[in-house]
Design a protein around this ligand. Structure first.
Ligand code: MN
Ligand code: MN
Length: 468
């Protein structure tokens, strides 16, 4: 191709303008293969962990294979030591001890492993017109109608009165039965069609169908419910009362897949925020002898406000960090005020089919890389942590120096809605915190999509920060 001289205008624009270009035009040699390979591991992570409990279990499996061990309070820690703490099977914090003292701060990557879903109520099982159902109470922000007429799997634990735990996972293996929530046929939906989105299907209609075969031939009531309980009893040794001390959830049964003829996108349930959880975890597991102590937080309960003992507001995080600090005789507050945290959570990707909800100049785009959000929140930044300009400059510099493809955006139009992350809860502890993560299409739907390039760049970005 013949090279044309740039005009004066073009030259000045090149110098002055913020160039936004597709990530595929910015990839290093061979990186397309790295992206595809990375996402194979990511898809496995998604399939292995559809609940926070399963994510913790699988993350520990990966961590132990990478040389991590449970942190023991009071033990001596040396640079290069790799430790983790399992918070009640629902959240996990891992660390690689750095060469520098914790008085110079830790580098933290924090993501969450809980996702929107249908939790079973504590008295879930009932029969009506000889069909058996499970009552649910939805968890997190969902469009309720989206959870009907899709195959669902049941995951969770039942803890018997004697303390024994029965782990349940039905509908994931080929040939296993699955479950579903019904919807009304369009032929009879004249009244339903007049309702607004929130109650096209109401919360109390999100009942999971679980069976229809009556028990035996004897006359009586609740024969289908008897069949279901007999099956559960045979397989798990449980009776109806054991539902009271159970945590069972219905999640989409579909597996993570490639989407698009070019395989550029991952489609799966629960990518918010397992996409960033995997990025932080993998970046940490690959670290050896970092300069500063590197920490990865996989938090629970973000979708319902980071509350509770396993959420980001829990003192469990401070306890873990102070155990690390105690091993070096460093006050926790001294560590916190010099620490840095990337709150790794997803943001909304610009969707041309719903362009009216976005402000195009400040939107995240598929394949434009890991997306930094200076702030989140809603209605005038309420609930946002709002990272400083200084912090943003630092992250820009580290990403730039390490060939990380990144973009900056906020979530949709101002006053159109908004969202939050764990960022404010970490920043409230006097830790410099900034949001960044993967742009997602159809966020919080039973099937979400992300661009593989953006998934990989979030991992690459986190690794660069851990090594900075
Ligand atoms: Mn999230
Ligand atoms: Mn979310």
């Amino acid at each position: 191709m013949e090279k044309k001289e740039m005009t004066e205008l073009q030259k000045r624009q090149k110098e002055l303008f913020h160039q936004k270009t597709n990530g595929y035009d910015r990839l290093a040699e061979g990186e397309e293969t790295l992206i595809q390979d990375y996402c194979e591991g990511y898809k496995t992570f998604l399939d292995e962990g559809k609940t926070e409990r399963e994510c913790v279990e699988y993350a520990i499996h990966l961590a132990e294979a990478a040389g991590f061990r449970p942190l023991v309070r009071g033990e001596n820690l040396r640079p290069g030591d790799k430790v983790y703490r399992n918070n009640r099977g629902k959240a996990l914090t891992l660390a690689v001890i750095g060469k520098k003292s914790l008085a110079e701060g830790a580098v933290i990557g924090a993501a969450h492993i809980d996702s929107p879903r249908l939790d079973l109520k504590q008295n879930p099982l009932y029969e009506e017109k000889e069909m058996a159902y499970l009552k649910t109470h939805y968890y997190g922000g969902i469009k309720k109608y989206q959870w009907t007429t899709i195959p669902l799997a049941l995951h969770g634990v039942v803890v018997l009165e004697n303390g024994e735990t029965r782990t349940i996972c039905i509908g994931e293996e080929p040939g296993e039965p699955q479950f579903t929530v019904g919807d009304l046929l369009p032929h009879l939906a004249a009244d339903q069609a007049k309702r607004t989105m929130g109650d096209i299907v109401t919360a109390e209609q999100l009942n999971v169908f679980i069976g229809s075969r009556p028990y035996g031939r004897e006359e009586g009531s609740d024969r289908v419910k008897t069949t279901i309980l007999a099956l559960l009893n045979e397989k798990y040794g449980m009776v109806e009362e054991d539902f009271l001390s159970a945590e069972l959830v219905a999640v989409p049964a579909a597996k993570a897949v490639d989407i698009g003829l070019d395989r550029s996108v991952v489609g799966a349930y629960g990518q918010d925020d397992r996409v960033c959880s995997y990025a932080c975890l993998k970046a940490l597991l690959e670290l050896d002898n970092p300069v500063r102590t590197a920490v990865c937080v996989l938090a629970d309960k973000e979708e319902i406000g980071s509350e509770g003992v396993s959420g980001m507001q829990s003192a469990a995080f401070d306890t873990f960090m102070s155990d690390l600090c105690d091993a070096q005789g460093v006050p926790l507050k001294a560590c916190y005020e010099t620490s840095f945290c990337l709150s790794a959570d997803v943001t909304a990707a610009y969707d041309p089919n719903f362009a009216e909800a976005y402000e195009v100049r400040n939107s995240a785009f598929l394949n434009y890389g890991v997306c930094i959000s200076k702030y989140t929140g809603a209605r005038g930044k309420s609930g946002a942590s709002d990272a400083s300009a200084e912090l943003l400059a630092k992250v820009r510099r580290v990403f730039g120096e390490n060939g990380v493809v990144w973009q900056l955006a906020e979530l949709g139009k101002t006053d159109q809605g908004g969202g939050g992350t764990v960022a404010c809860y970490i920043a409230n502890r006097n830790i410099d915190t900034i949001d960044a993560g993967v742009p997602v299409l159809s966020m919080h739907a039973p099937f979400e999509t992300t661009a593989k390039l953006d998934c990989y760049m979030t991992y690459k970005g986190m690794k660069a920060l851990y090594n900075a």
